[in-house]
Design a protein around this ligand. Structure first.
Ligand code: NAD
Ligand code: MG
Length: 333
């Protein structure tokens, strides 16, 4: 069984005389910076000179400066910029200004694990990765709870790397929910596999294929939208609350019978073999090389797909139908 830690296991005193530089103020950056600040930690946010987020940091009551300046002031540097441009920012602005004894921290193992960033020799290198988007990390903290976190140590020079990671995770609220110990390799590979095979890639393709099958067979797109996309949320909520047993307990016997008999015809041995191949590409670094190469060229495939997929009929139908359900739109705010 995995090691799981809570606030009682963390010595938050370790961050008492420490200035934490949070680099980036996006989804994760704003949540880490504000939660740490509210936990009594001294935080400075590092951003590009011309960053549009500067004003927001100031309105939020935190101090903001350039990346190089924030790094020079800090004994712990948490890097929360997009993974595909992180190595460039690291080389230019972080590495040259990193104090000898500063702790270098990440919220995803991607760059360290695939070698795009080489660990600095004399520094602790840790990961604290909330298992949720930043707005949830912030909201749950404000409500007095927290989002579960993963913790990993890549390099322990001080002998206190894990304790520091625990204190940080606790400072952002993770210790209220649970802090699970993992490795950079496991976090990175399972994270990529999950988003490719099920959470993002798998689910999107299932939805699109099912929608198009119904529409091609002559059913109204509106009915197809409700059945293949909208209702997914109800099922996911049940899965989240109580696993597959609870979901199946809540659906009709007819739905449950169709689940057992038809599901395995959709996800077949071929699908499982392809999942294994996708995992192989992640483990070998082939996916990381492909994506970092694409990103260096301005991510042409990603941008073309973003446009093409936005034009799909299911997206247009969905936009209209969601106007009937203003309670959904409110959630996006
Ligand atoms: P994001 O895209 O929301 O925010 C990135 C921020 O980086 C921008 O808002 C900007 O403030 C800053 N930035 C961009 N270019 C910069 C530059 N050149 N110099 C300095 N700052 C710059 O990113 P995110 O989703 O918060 O991801 C940050 C890290 O957190 C990544 O490693 C990601 O894998 C990890 N992570 C994200 C999530 C999530 O749900 N979003 C969850 C867990 C871990
Ligand atoms: Mg993930």
């Amino acid at each position: 069984m995995a090691n799981i830690y809570y606030d009682k296991d963390a010595d938050t005193g370790l961050l008492e005389d420490v200035t934490v530089a949070v680099i980036g103020y996006g989804s994760q950056g704003h949540a880490h910076a504000l939660n740490l600040h509210d936990s009594g930690v001294d935080v400075v946010v590092g951003l590009r000179e011309d960053s549009s987020s500067r004003a927001k940091v100031e309105t939020d009551g935190l101090s903001v400066t350039t990346v190089s300046d924030a790094v020079s002031q800090a004994q712990l540097v948490m890097v929360l910029v997009p993974d595909e441009i992180m190595a460039g920012i690291y080389e230019e602005d972080i590495a040259p200004n990193l104090s000898n004894d500063a702790v270098l921290a990440f919220a995803h193992g991607f760059n360290i694990h695939f070698g795009a960033i080489q660990s600095p020799e004399g520094n602790d290198v840790i990961m604290v990765a909330p298992k949720g988007p930043g707005h949830l990390v912030r909201r749950t903290y404000e409500e007095g709870s927290g989002v579960p976190c993963l913790l990993a140590v890549h390099q322990d020079v001080s002998g206190r790397a894990k304790e520091t990671a625990l204190a940080y995770a606790s400072g952002i609220g993770g210790g209220r929910a649970g802090i699970l110990e993992t490795t950079f390799a496991e976090e990175t590979e399972t994270d990529l596999f999950g988003e490719q095979v099920i959470l993002c890639g798998g689910v999107s393709e299932l939805i699109k294929s099912a929608f198009e099958t119904l529409v091609d067979a002559g059913y109204q797109p509106e009915s197809a939208y409700f059945e293949t996309l909208h209702e997914l949320k109800l099922i996911v909520d049940l899965l989240y609350e109580g696993g597959m047993g609870w979901m199946r307990n809540s659906i009709s016997n007819t739905a449950e019978y169709g689940d057992y008999t038809r599901g395995p015809r959709i996800v077949t041995d071929d699908t499982r073999a392809e999942m294994r191949k996708v995992l192989d590409e992640i483990q070998s670094g082939a996916f990381a090389n492909e994506w970092l190469g694409q990103a260096r060229e301005g991510a042409p495939h990603l941008l073309a797909q973003r446009r093409a997929q936005g034009d799909l009929q299911i997206e247009q139908v969905g936009k209209e139908l969601r106007k009937m359900m203003p309670f959904i739109e409110e959630k996006r705010a």
